[in-house]
Structure formats: structure tokens, C-alpha cells
Design a binder for this molecule. Structure first.
Ligand SMILES: Nc1ncnc2c1ncn2[C@@H]1O[C@H](COP(=O)(O)OP(=O)(O)OP(=O)(O)O)[C@@H](O)[C@H]1O
Length: 235
């Protein structure tokens, strides 16, 4: 299973953000996507998720050697700024999500088990999502992405708003599910990238480049990544 990006081009007016980004992301690996502020990481995710139309190139999903277009159900996208229906309670949101996906989700569990899993307390489950903290909204987003079990998970700065216990549990969970998924995590936290990710890919100058670790220790690898990102000076 692969997510194949071929020469993705995307501009906003005259600003060329993606200038022929190509990469094959494979199942079984967690990819850390690193790039300077404004380098285009979120834009790339939005293009993969078809929230933005690409100006050139192609995005394909390969399964059993057969390439096809990517379908919305293939992708779970957790945004850095969580978007949840604020007018629903946490429980109503989860119930609604489970109801509309009932045919796609095997083995639906009682709703409270899902809340237990992400450590949202009993007193919060029937409160409106608008009153949830940023981290709690993020947990809800992450939770529905996990429940839907898409082949591709795009996680934009996913763990930064979680408390250390939940962040640790999410990391463990991501490691557990990676064998069946393509997971791409955009982050500015080098330690997280090095600790959690199997591969580091940088987005620099509008293109993607895999950083080879070779036999470097973590400190030397970190410096290599920083040097590579320094090339991306502001236009
Ligand atoms: N909808 C849009 N309209 C115009 N310009 C946009 C739009 N979305 C992104 N951009 C521009 O594209 C560039 C890349 O933005 P993007 O948010 O993808 O970067 P990023 O790598 O995710 O940044 P950060 O690490 O700071 O979150 C920026 O210059 C941004 O201003």
C-alpha cells in the first residue's frame, strides 16, 4: 500500500508553494514531515485530502500493485486547529459519527469506552464541544480518525496540545497501528519526529526530500536536518 505523490504543484496567486513535490509514502512507516513555517506542509495535506485543488501533478493510492485515485474514505486528516461541531455535546458527536459510519466500522463499542480510551472524563462527555479545551477537541478529532480506521492518516501537529500522558498513549497507539497504515505527521518538534517517526521527510523549496540517517547518531542527524531546512530561506 502506497500513497504516491507525483510532481505536485500548487500556487496561491503568484506564490508557488509546491513546486513539483514527489514522494511515495508506504504502509508500515511513520513519516515525520518537517519544514519551515510557511513551507507548505498544511497545503500539502490539504491537497492530499482534496480540500485544495492541485495545479499540476497527481496523487495516487497503490494497493496490491494497482494504482487508483485516492478516495475520501482512504484518508483521516487531523487538523492542527481542531474542527468539531461545537453545537453538539461530545457524546452526541460520537454517536452521530458512529451512526453515519455504522456500515464501515466493524465492532462498534459502547460510546463510553471510546471516551475512556482518550481519557475524557465522565463529567465532560455531555458538555458542548464548544466548551472543550483545545486538547480535548483535538482528542475528539483524533478519536474519530482512529475509529474510522482509514488507510492513510495525515496528522498536522497532532500531539502538541495533548497532556504528556495522552501524548505518550497516542504515540504508543500510532506505533501499534502503523503496520496497517500510512501515517504522515507534520511537526516542528524535532524530538517527536526522531522519537516517533521511522522516516524524516523535509519539505523545502516546494519539494519533498527524504533525509537519510545513515549511521549518524541522533544529534548529528538533527544537525543534518536543520542544515537542510536552513536552505529554505525566506523568498
Ligand atoms: N488559502 C490560502 N490562500 C493564500 N495563501 C495561502 C493559503 N494557504 C496557505 N497559503 C500560503 O502558502 C504558504 C504555505 O502555507 P502552509 O500553511 O501550507 O505552511 P506550513 O508549512 O503548514 O506552515 P506552518 O509550519 O507555519 O504551519 C504560506 O505562504 C501561506 O501564506
Amino acid at each position: 500500500m502506497k500513497l504516491i505523490l507525483n510532481n505536485i504543484v500548487k500556487s496561491f496567486d503568484k506564490k508557488e508553494v509546491l513546486r513539483g513535490a514527489s514522494f511515495a509514502f508506504e504502509k508500515g512507516e511513520i513519516y515525520g514531515l518537517l519544514g519551515r513555517n510557511g513551507s507548505g506542509k498544511t497545503t500539502l495535506f490539504n491537497c492530499i485530502n482534496e480540500d485544495l485543488r492541485i495545479d499540476g501533478g497527481s496523487i495516487l493510492f497503490e494497493e496490491n500493485g494497482v494504482k487508483r485515485e485516492v478516495y475520501p474514505d482512504d484518508i483521516g486528516y487531523v487538523l492542527s486547529t481542531p474542527v468539531v461541531p461545537e453545537f453538539l455535546t461530545g457524546r452526541e458527536f460520537l454517536k452521530f459519527f458512529l451512526d453515519i459510519n455504522v456500515n464501515k466500522i466493524p465492532d462498534i463499542k459502547p460510546i463510553d469506552e471510546y471516551f475512556d480510551f482518550v481519557k475524557i472524563g465522565r463529567e465532560d462527555r455531555d458538555r458542548l464541544l464548544k466548551d472543550y479545551s483545545h486538547g480535548m477537541k483535538n482528542k475528539m478529532q483524533m478519536l474519530v480518525s482512529f475509529i474510522a480506521n482509514p488507510a492513510i492518516l495525515l496528522l498536522d501537529e497532532p500531539l502538541t496540545s495533548f497532556d504528556v500522558v495522552v501524548a505518550d498513549e497516542m504515540k504508543t497507539l500510532l506505533r501499534q497501528i502503523k503496520k496497517d497504515h500510512i501515517i504522515i505527521i507534520s511537526t516542528h518538534i524535532m524530538e517527536l519526529a526522531l522519537d516517533l517517526c521511522d522516516e524524516i521527510v523535509i519539505l523545502s523549496g516546494g519539494v519533498l526530500e527524504k533525509m537519510e540517517k545513515d549511521d549518524l547518531n541522533n544529534e548529528a542527524f538533527k544537525n543534518k536536518i536543520i542544515q537542510a531546512l536552513r536552505r529554505d530561506e525566506y523568498d
